[in-house]
Structures are given as structure tokens and as C-alpha cells.
Design a protein around this ligand. Structure first.
Ligand code: ZN
Length: 250
């Protein structure tokens, strides 16, 4: 990443093979000038279009990380610990991907630091391979000492969160429903939510745009063709619950 500040850094995670959600998100992304795209993992798993989502993200993402479902699809994580729906989807996904696609996933890192600016990971900044979640302010508390950068971007929970640690050491959650002005004295853990399977009760795809010049973080929610994504999941023979949950955002 070149050292000049970028206006439109796009962070997203957990596309989970939902091509309809990804396509709708791409329209929003490309409405922005020179988007610099960062994918925080779980490109595949759950949804019916792992190959299509992989192809799209491989072309456009400047930075791409691995998530637990990407690892599951290539046998790098134990799916016995997955719930039955996730396990079934992981096996199905693995059968869809060819060797070349699997080798791309194998090469993805679990974490990345960018020029002293950001720390990026799917799960947590330390021991990402344990796949712990950062959902609440309490979850975030233990992880602030685990990175040196001002902002750590994560995914994995499918639930947006902005946790701030002020210059005085106070911790608080910021409302992510409107743009957030970052304080240069504070540090942040930002959970970017999920494009392909949001779980915060809002069924729309979720992504984050960060303007480095203005230091403003904005969450975007994007409606997409839910009916089609659901239909494809059923048609693929994946568990019906994986289709149902999309419309409730759970
Ligand atoms: Zn996920």
C-alpha cells in the first residue's frame, strides 16, 4: 500500500459465498473513487457461490485474509467443532473448489499489519487461529494491548462493532449507525460485520468505508436480491436454515 492517504479504503468480511450480496456491494464500492479493497476473510462457506465470490475478490482485493470457513474448505481447521449446518456447508464448499482455488485460499494470511496504520485479521489480533470472537466491548478489552496500530479491523462475528479506547484509557462503544469521526488520540477495534450473512438483525449486506484524510469511518448497509440467494442455497442442497437465516439477519 502506497504511503499516501486514501479517501476510500473499503473493508469487508464474511462474504460466505453469497454472490448476490457481493454484487450489490460492488456497485456501492465502485461508486467511490479509487476504492482500495480489503477482504478480512470467510470468502466461502454457507452460500451457494463460493467460486464466483472467490473469483471476484481475487481480482479486486488489494489485501485478502483467510477466515475459519476458508480454512475449513481446505482442511486446515477442524470442522468437527462447527455446528451441523456449517459443517455440511464446509464439506459442500470443499467439493466445489478446484485445486487452484484451494491453493489461493491456502496462501492467504491470518493477519496483516499495514505500514503502522492498521492491523487486519479475521478473528483476533493475537492467536487468530483460535477463532475467538470480538462482539462486545468486554471482548475488545483484552485485545487492545495486542496490536500497536491505531485501528484493528476484524470480522468473524458478522456483527458490526466500533470499540474505542481513548487517550485516557477509557473504553466505550460508538454508535455505528452514522459516520464516526476518529480521534487521533484514541485507538479502535472495528468489527466490519458481514456482507453475505449479517447477524445483527439487519439482513442487508454490511461493509465499511474509511476516509483516511477526514478520519471518518462509515458503515454502509446494502439491500440485495435475498430471494435469489436463498433459492440458490436450497437448489444446491445446502441446509434450508442457511437460506432462512439470511432474511432475518441472524
Ligand atoms: Zn464468517
Amino acid at each position: 500500500m502506497a504511503s499516501e492517504k486514501k479517501e476510500n479504503l473499503i473493508f469487508f468480511s464474511d462474504v460466505h459465498g453469497n454472490f448476490e450480496a457481493l454484487e450489490a456491494s460492488l456497485e456501492v464500492i465502485h461508486a467511490h473513487k479509487d476504492p482500495y479493497i480489503i477482504s478480512l476473510g470467510d470468502i466461502v462457506g454457507y452460500g451457494a457461490n463460493p467460486k464466483e465470490c472467490l473469483a471476484e475478490i481475487r481480482t479486486m482485493a488489494k489485501v485478502s485474509l483467510a477466515g475459519n470457513h476458508d480454512y475449513a474448505a481446505i482442511g486446515l481447521t477442524d470442522i468437527e467443532r462447527f455446528n451441523p449446518y456449517a459443517k455440511k456447508a464446509a464439506i459442500w464448499t470443499s467439493q466445489q473448489l478446484d485445486d487452484e482455488e484451494k491453493s489461493y485460499l491456502t496462501g492467504l494470511p491470518l493477519k496483516k499489519q499495514i505500514e503502522g496504520l492498521f492491523f487486519l485479521t479475521h478473528s483476533t489480533p493475537i492467536h487468530p487461529e483460535r477463532w475467538k470472537y470480538i462482539i462486545t466491548l468486554e471482548d475488545s478489552r483484552a485485545f487492545f494491548p495486542c496490536f500497536d496500530e491505531q485501528i484493528c479491523f476484524v470480522g468473524h462475528s458478522h456483527i458490526p462493532l466500533v470499540a474505542e479506547k481513548t487517550g485516557h484509557g477509557a473504553l466505550r462503544v460508538l454508535d455505528h449507525h452514522s459516520p464516526i469521526q476518529l480521534d487521533p488520540e484514541s485507538r479502535y477495534i472495528v468489527n466490519v460485520g458481514s456482507i453475505g450473512q449479517p447477524r445483527d438483525g439487519d439482513c442487508r449486506a454490511c461493509l465499511v468505508i474509511y476516509d483516511q484524510h477526514e478520519r471518518i469511518i462509515e458503515f454502509k448497509r446494502i439491500a440485495y436480491d435475498l430471494a435469489r440467494a436463498k433459492e440458490k442455497i436450497i437448489h444446491a442442497g445446502l441446509p434450508a436454515f442457511l437460506a432462512e437465516r439470511l432474511q432475518y439477519g441472524i
